[in-house]
Design a protein around this ligand. Structure first.
Ligand code: FES
Length: 575
């Protein structure tokens, strides 16, 4: 290593000094031979391992594999933990903590001698949070996704994470499935480490970051326990060292073209509505103006090629064996739907990575002339009920409800919904529209995944499986139904949603992208004058910071003070 390289990297501001400060930085590290401080790139392994995040429970082993690659390429790996957000255990909702984790990631990188970072991502919020944090400080970064679980197996059938739970629990309520059989399904669904193996939010985000170019090819779909997941982690460890040497930062990968590729890929794989919020937030961190309208415009002509639950039949394990995301990107690129020159983490363009990718199973990755859904993507609805937008995933909705007028049944909160939904006197039929308020970013708070409200039992018992549902909440990526989500502005800040009353007529027209409350403007003004915001459920601490600074879903529900480019992390003097 020559003298120029010795002082080339950010970490030299800590380890490269021959003075008291350098002594302190090196001496306290303990146990390393002195030559690891010789100016080689220091690679942070940003780990979201936690036993409370079972989807990421294999990350200690995976991080060790990454380190092997870092050492081989001449780097010095140092693993550090950040707050982990386990989707299934955190209350009130893991989304409340996404921005907090992103701050943890950003400040951990800024504060420490890190030249490049490997982001160990898995469960839903861990991927956007880590990417947002790394993008904000713009040091070279590569994502290693943890990979999906093996297919669930129950009574001779494949069952998907979450998707099967929603279906089975409706069947229990409808009296079609016994509670004992329901409990049996519990251990059959999650058969290995890894993330949900449907095209839920974790798989959507793993696909989005691969399409953005932040991973090595095939990162999204290799099962967590497949030996090729280890190979990928090993290679990512080698690659991040080269990325530091080439100064290949997120701002050089996260271009407008990369975001457009990611939006289209999300449509082609049948991605979760949560991907909309997270991608908007990531774009906000690098100052790229991606909007809800981009999602609608770019997704409209993208067919959903992937036949995966919850929209289709197969699971992530099948997706990998069929060819994985490169096969989807190749098909899209051949139809002019990919910016081919977008640069990816391995230094090659997305087209160089994918142009020869084989499709081994045209039932799983369907051809353009036989897609699962002609027009995939996300529909962005507007109207007096959602002047700043709302989203709906057409591929998960019922065709018969895509144009519908119905009478509102209103729930003022999720607690009100639970109190009221099973009431035998509830005046409900299959044409009604279920409306849930106060579950947006500032409501609840944290925008929980409760938008796919279960249907009233009295309607379910008549064999009805879908109704129009509208809320300012999110929905699990594993869920399905004719569900309008992310209504903006949310009810808690006085959006029109706050003014809806039982019996009001609501018009949904997905083709025309319209969502209207059929109540006169004079009547709405009367209701608005009488409206009072709900009292926050908690004061002080992180939740107070969250309430003061969280923005609406149409820009990604990020904190106002975290958006925009705050600059490349550079070392500061220690004191
Ligand atoms: Fe963690 Fe689905 S609950 S990925």
């Amino acid at each position: 290593m020559n003298d120029e390289e010795k002082h080339k990297y950010r970490s030299a501001g800590w380890f490269g000094k021959r003075d008291k400060d350098g002594f302190v930085h090196r001496s306290w590290m303990r146990g390393w031979p002195t030559d690891v401080f010789d100016g080689r790139p220091v690679i942070g392994i940003c780990n979201t391992w936690s036993e409370l995040t079972p989807c990421n429970a294999h990350f200690r082993d995976l991080a060790n594999v990454v380190k092997r690659g870092v050492w081989e390429a001449g780097g010095f790996p140092l693993e550090f933990p950040v707050t982990s957000t386990g989707e299934t255990n955190m209350r009130p909702t893991a989304m409340l903590f996404r921005n907090l984790v992103s701050m943890d990631v950003e400040e951990s990188i800024r504060a420490n001698p890190i030249d490049g970072v490997v982001l160990m991502c898995g469960c839903d919020k861990t991927t956007p949070a880590l990417v947002m944090g790394a993008a904000s400080c713009d040091v070279p970064a590569i994502v290693v996704s943890g990979g999906p679980m093996l297919n669930g197996k129950f009574c001779g059938q494949d069952i998907g994470s979450g998707t099967a739970v929603w279906r089975f629990s409706e069947e229990v309520k409808a009296g079609v499935m016994s509670l004992e059989r329901f409990m049996d399904a519990e251990t059959s669904m999650s058969r290995s480490t890894g993330t949900c193996m449907v095209m839920g939010t974790a798989s959507t985000m793993a696909s989005i970051v691969e399409a953005l170019g932040l991973t090595l090819p095939q990162s999204a779909a290799i099962p967590a326990v497949d030996s090729r997941r280890s190979v990928l982690a090993h290679l990512a460890g080698r690659r991040i060292v080269e990325m530091v040497r080439d100064d290949q930062r997120p701002s050089r990968i996260l271009t407008r073209e990369a975001f457009e590729n990611a939006i289209r890929v999300s449509g082609a794989v049948g991605g979760s509505t949560n991907g909309v919020i997270h991608l908007l937030a990531i774009a906000g961190r690098v100052g790229i103006n991606v909007t809800l309208d981009d999602w609608d415009r770019l997704g409209r002509d993208v067919p959903t090629l992937l036949d995966l639950m919850p929209s289709g039949r197969y699971l992530m394990e099948d997706f990998y064996y069929a060819g994985g995301l490169p096969a989807v990107i190749r098909a899209m690129g051949e139809h002019g739907l990919i910016h081919r020159d977008a640069v990816t983490a391995n230094g090659r363009t997305i087209w160089e990575n994918c142009q020869d990718a084989p499709n081994w199973n045209a039932e799983v990755i369907r051809p353009f002339d036989r897609p699962l859904i002609e027009q995939g993507g996300i529909a962005v609805l507007r109207g007096n009920l959602a002047p700043d937008g709302a989203v709906l995933k057409p591929s998960a909705a019922s065709p018969r409800l895509m144009r519908h007028v119905g009478r509102a049944i209103v729930f003022e909160s999720i607690e009100h919904y639970y109190e009221r939904i099973a009431d035998p006197d509830l005046d409900a039929d299959e044409n009604c529209v279920l409306v849930l308020k106060n579950c947006g970013p500032r409501g609840y708070p944290g925008m929980p995944e409760v938008g796919n409200l279960g249907l009233p039992p009295k309607v379910l018992q008549r064999g009805v499986t879908d109704m129009v549902r509208i809320s300012d909440a999110r929905m699990s990526g594993t869920a399905y139904g004719t569900v309008v989500l992310h209504v903006c502005p949310e009810a808690t800040v006085g959006g029109t949603l706050a003014l809806v009353r039982d019996g009001d007529l609501i018009e949904l027209d997905v083709g025309a992208r319209r969502l209207n409350l059929e109540v006169s403007e004079e009547e709405l003004q009367r209701r608005r004058a009488a409206w009072r915001p709900p009292e926050p459920s908690m004061r002080g601490g992180y939740q107070e910071l969250y309430l003061q600074h969280v923005q609406q879903a149409n820009t990604g529900a990020d904190f106002d003070f975290l958006r925009g480019c705050r600059g490349h992390a550079v070392p500061r003097e220690s004191h």
